[in-house]
Design a protein. Sequence first.
Length: 122
Amino acid sequence: MDMASESRKKTKLIQVRATPDEKVVLKDRALEFGVSVGELCRQAIFGSKPKSLADQNAIQELATLRADLGRLGGLLKGWLAGSFQQQPPAIKTRDDVVKLLRQIEESQKSVVEVAQRIGKSK
């Protein structure tokens, strides 16, 4: 649903009295979550927990890190398969390569687990 049609459906105004301090807190919280005060109130009233921009940024950063790890693994696999014209320095043993690939894979799993925990905590 696009923003224009969503806005048109929200035609009724509900006013709530608050102290000046409460108003400041509401505005600050809305800013933290990257939403309007009205949207923050709607989310609180209807039971959805707003995700803070910090959490969203952390999730994005973890996703980027996971992608970088995947690219590193792909490059290593390509190198091992002889896909590159220039040969990099020799790796000590096959076991070293297998160990490195397993470490990359474990790191990827850890990144995904952390991202999922952050997503569920909010």
